[in-house]
Design a protein around this ligand. Structure first.
Ligand SMILES: *[C@@H]1O[C@H](CO)[C@@H](O)[C@H](O)[C@H]1NC(C)=O
Length: 213
């Protein structure tokens, strides 16, 4: 074996060990994505990482989007969001629409992809365009956005986001199978499809092979 091929093998081995930290549960991988509407890194992640990874491996994935980000709740009951009032409004709309689309993961991803690509309809334009395209009536979406006190969507999102934000510290926060882990988060942020592929390839029941780093 030449020095070069030995080096290549060592590199591959190190890289595989490096990404080999996510495992399937019953042949599936659960991915929590904590995000907030105005966040550029969340936009990049959804567009460049999540959409292509889901196109390839979606049938093995259980996605959970939690649009809450680094929102803070104050003692007087008001909340402030990382990117201001538009961020709060768009996050609330997203919680409403995701709830409306619960049980339909393909539609949820399609909806979030719509909100997180130009022109960022909810955040930038205050528009219901993506909600409407997702099949939610505007009157229903508007009612949900304006009546947070009659459901528990905000409280649930806040509770689910607290630990990921505290431990990972950034938005988006990516968590696999409920194990909050900073290095896995960064792996997924840079090359989600690869992380998912190695997890699936490690489980022969999936039939997935040939992962690329
Ligand atoms: C609520 O508290 C926050 C943080 O202290 C403050 O910025 C905001 O102006 C307060 N809002 C109201 C309506 O009192």
């Amino acid at each position: 074996m030449t020095m070069a091929s030995r080096l290549i093998l060592i590199t591959i081995f190190i890289s595989i060990s490096y990404v080999d930290c996510v495992q399937t549960v019953n042949g599936r991988v659960k991915i929590f994505i904590g995000l907030t509407s105005g966040c550029p890194n969340a936009r990049n992640f959804i567009t460049s990482q999540l959409v292509p990874a889901y196109a390839e491996y979606g049938k093995f994935l259980d996605l959970e989007f939690v649009p809450w980000g680094k929102t803070e709740r104050h003692e007087n009951g008001t909340v402030t969001c990382q990117f201001g009032d538009n961020d709060c409004w768009a996050n609330r709309l997203q919680r409403c629409v995701l709830n409306h689309l619960r049980g339909n993961p393909d539609a949820q991803l399609q909806y979030m992809a719509c909100e997180y690509r130009q022109p960022y309809p909810a955040f930038q334009l205050g528009s219901f365009q993506c909600a409407r395209e997702a099949g939610m009536r505007i009157a229903a979406a508007d009612f949900c956005v304006n009546n947070p006190q009659i459901d528990t969507l905000d409280e649930e999102a806040e509770a689910k986001s607290t630990d990921p934000i505290e431990i990972i510290g950034v938005v988006p926060s990516i968590v696999f199978n409920d194990n909050i882990d900073v290095s896995t988060h960064w792996q997924a942020f840079r090359r989600l499809a690869s992380v998912v592929c190695f997890a699936l390839a490690d489980d022969s029941s999936t039939g997935v092979l040939g992962c690329q780093i």
